[in-house]
Design a protein. Structure first.
Length: 172
């Protein structure tokens, strides 16, 4: 997930999340079933997890609901704990969504295929879009340079950085 303001201050704050052994067609179920420490996640994966419905097999409907999430800088603490409770809280928050500050949800673009899901969520008239990419090892194997570039960009803005971005450890 890339932040919406493409500046050196905003890139690298949302480290790529990995779910070993989980391919995209199974991601919704894996998010729903996880007992990981949600409080350690960045806001976006916690929100996506909460917005996956109990009976959904794919991530697309949760992304559609994410487009109506009120504010990614708040409320994540309310989504901790069991999935069922987090889902109820998330649905209440989405139901009360009112676009503000130039946000136009109808301008959001969501595209899905078997091993890749992308969302460009319209955020406001100034920065424009928050970009999200979900992909698995099948897609990464078919597009190795692009996958590596997306993983690197999530950690660091500098394409010439000598750090090992496979481990998400950027200490030159």
């Amino acid at each position: 997930m890339l932040t919406f303001s493409a500046t050196s201050d905003s890139i690298g704050w949302n480290l790529p999340a990995r779910f070993p052994g989980v391919r995209l067609p199974r991601l919704a179920a894996a998010l729903r079933e996880t007992d990981a420490a949600i409080e350690e996640w960045s806001e976006e994966p916690a929100v996506v997890r909460a917005l996956v419905a109990p009976d959904e097999d794919e991530i697309g409907p949760a992304l559609e609901r994410c487009n109506r999430w009120p504010d990614f800088d708040q409320r994540v603490a309310e989504l901790q704990g069991a999935h069922g409770r987090a889902h109820e809280v998330a649905l209440r928050l989405v139901a009360g969504f009112e676009p503000t500050r130039g946000r136009e949800p109808h301008r959001t673009m969501i595209r899905r295929s078997e091993h890749l899901a992308q969302m460009a969520m319209h955020t406001d008239g100034y920065f424009g879009y928050r970009q999200w990419f979900f992909f698995d090892d099948v897609w990464a194997a078919a597009h190795p340079a692009l996958a590596a570039s997306l993983m690197h960009y999530g950690v660091h803005w500098d394409p010439r950085c000598p750090c090992d971005h496979e481990t998400f450890d950027c200490v030159p």
